[in-house]
Write a protein that binds this ligand. Structure first.
Ligand code: ATP
Ligand code: MG
Length: 173
């Protein structure tokens, strides 16, 4: 379960902004251009579910606040997520990108590899192939999925994908 998202310098979010999600359904509302899609993109980016060009950016540095409304451009974009796994474990993720292109990502406060992050997210719906974020235009693909793709969705939703991946890794040895 996604508990909070904190953005600083990510796209239109020049000021540090924290969104807390309680139990049940949350809605993010606001006028056109106010940053709703940017929040969703921040979640996809921090969880390594999307590349820069799927986030309406040709280079990762375009994710950094480029200045507007009299505010100067920033040198760094950071997104932090707080999650709770189905087993009740807390997961803290942070991803940063600097103007020079250097990037960092932390899992529970320590530098982590992408595969560690994907591993920690498996079963939360925010892992690779998870359906916690369904983009505009992706609905029909999900509804029409068959075979391995459909099986993958069911395994992720049922919280099985962590075990399935562990077995595949063992079998590959
Ligand atoms: P809609 O209701 O039209 O879908 P939205 O609330 O989803 O709007 P977003 O698409 O999230 O809005 O936000 C778009 C805004 O973000 C634009 O004003 C754009 O200029 C701004 N933006 C995007 N990237 C950056 C950046 N790197 N720096 C500053 N602002 C940015
Ligand atoms: Mg939008």
């Amino acid at each position: 379960m996604l508990q909070s998202v904190t953005l600083q310098g990510f796209k239109s979010f020049a000021e540090r902004t924290r969104l807390d999600f309680g139990p049940g359904v949350s809605a993010v509302i606001g006028p056109n251009g106010s940053g709703k899609s940017n929040v969703v993109e921040a979640i996809r980016w921090a969880t390594h579910q999307a590349r820069a060009r799927e986030l309406r950016a040709t280079r990762a540095q375009e994710l950094i606040f480029h200045g507007s409304g009299g505010k100067a451009p920033l040198g760094l974009a950071e997104v932090q997520l707080e999650l709770l796994t189905p087993a009740g474990e807390r997961v803290n993720l942070a991803r940063r990108i600097y103007r020079d292109g250097t990037a960092e990502q932390d899992l529970n406060g320590r530098a982590a590899r992408v595969r560690d992050i994907h591993g920690a997210l498996r079963g939360t719906g925010l892992g690779p192939g998870g359906l916690a974020v369904i983009g505009q235009g992706e609905v029909s693909g999900v509804v029409q999925a068959e075979g391995k793709t459909l099986l993958g969705y069911v395994q992720e939703a049922a919280g099985l994908s962590r075990a399935v991946t562990a077995r595949q890794e063992t079998e590959a040895r």
